[in-house]
Ligand binder design. Sequence first.
Ligand SMILES: Cc1ncc(COP(=O)(O)O)c(C=O)c1O
Length: 603
Amino acid sequence: MPSTKRSHKEVSPAPSKGCPMHKGKDAMALENDEENTTKRSPSKRSKNSSSNPSDYRYGRVDGPVKCTWFPGTTEKSPHFHEKHDFGRKKIMNTVLENIGNTPLVRINRITKREGVKCEILAKCEFFNAGGSVKDRIGLRMIEDAEKSGKIKPGYTLIEPTSGNTGIGLALGAAIKGYRIIITLPEKMSAEKVNVLKALGAEIIRTPDSAAFDSPDSHIGVAKRLLDEIPNSVILDQYANPGNPLAHYDHTAEEILWSCDNKVDYLVCAAGTGGTLTGTARKIKERCPGVQIIAVDPIGSILAEPDSLNDYNRLKPYHVEGTGYDFIPTVLDREIADRWMKTGDRESFLMSRRLIREEGLLCGGSCGSAMSAAVRLAKELDLAADKRIVVMLPDSTRNYMTKFLSDDWMYEKEFVDENLKHRPQMKTWWSAQRVADLKLQTPMTITPTVTCQEAIAVLSREGFDELPVVSEDNEILGVVTEGNLSAKLVSGRVAPEDAITNVTYSQFKQVSMNTSLGELAHIFDRDHYALVITEQRCFSGKAKEMSTRTVVSGVVTRIDLLDYISDPPEGKTTNSPLFGPRNTYDSPSLAPTSHSVKESKKGN
Ligand SMILES: Cc1ncc(COP(=O)(O)O)c(C=O)c1O
């Protein structure tokens, strides 16, 4: 029976079982302990190891694995283990006591509609105090660091994160009184950033396009800050044993307790892999027949075998928190019996179904895991006595302006029978296509151009934005007058810096086939969009056909206004929305400075 006392602070002596996570002197023995780097379990995980393991003082995020855990190990664990307690206090001393003990909820309507016979249970991590599964590791890593003396009052925590770990750490830091700095990629939602700020975290955004080992990435910037700020630490979710241990000691125990040790399949999406590794290892120990299904977004390279990652390898995707372009140290890829890849569309549509049909207010990666679980159940035709547990990592709160917004879903073309089409405008032009507009030949720049040179081009040509493309014409981002001016004026970049320092990797994209009605919706919020074409390219060297995205134009509000006000032969302008020719009575179609400059040029 569960007791009524929580026990996150209780520390039990290391059990006589083998090391579940990392080989080390204690729970915070991080990754620079060379003597441990070579000794491994019978598994083949040394594949992860870097050739240059220790190029900065807290270790590499893809560094060598020290963990010696393997199924059935009898080696004595070197870690502190927390005793799990299933009860709830009548009065909590702080909100940190409301981390863990999340509910396991049966999926009913989705399974019925999909003809799934087996039981699917959702582990609802969005009920944690900070809204995600990462609250568990935020608290665990802080408390492990306190116990080992790695941090003391007055210290600064720095963490490169996709947001949720930052929120978990910021929650801990707010209650315990540490300063915290979070570095996170631009792609991450404004909602996460605002929650972090509200919790008192200082935020530094980094370009999505920066590779994990570049100095501009969220990891590279965190390293630099660590060197600059005295008494600062990076708790480093990518290599910290406390990350998987939080799930080994608690998340898995909760699942096993709720399921009376009957789990046939565990489906879990991977980011750092902490949730997958920790939860799967404990469940495998107690339910040896369990099948572990790891989920990886298309575009990421975590899945095995690696050929699974070939489709759209390293291409951007919208689901947040899962997938990487490197293999994090704490991820044990071999713990998975099978990896499944998931796409953005299926993920977001499933997340919306989880909200609408099951009332589970969850985030985008929850849809990835649930979509994989439903596919698995159908593919294997799992019988009614089989049980799948699916991890739902975070809350809808993080995505209010993203997949929860119908407009966002329409723009990305993530539609199905529940979300068929945006209500259409009924104007003479709304069904016409972008291809009908008279667009100028695009002007692009390469990433080696400096800010100073880009400003000269913008002012000479009268543009407000310029696409940045690679040598082989692949689109990398957009430079806008606004961003250049904000960063130069605040001194965050110098005129001689490369344009990549001010390149936006997020921009609206349309195709030649996009309707002008859709385009007008985009112009409700954005003043330009890139017209993108897919180009197939055969490389003689690699003897391979690849698809790349190239820019065939930049479309602005003035292009649409020009079309509406000066229609082609035979088109009517008696529109109830736009009235007579040459008047602008829709706020969304008011010309921007770029448009004005262009229209002046035309006069
Ligand atoms: C939304 C979301 N889903 C899934 C994950 C993956 O969790 P893990 O890092 O434990 O693999 C994360 C991690 O940050 C996340 O933020």
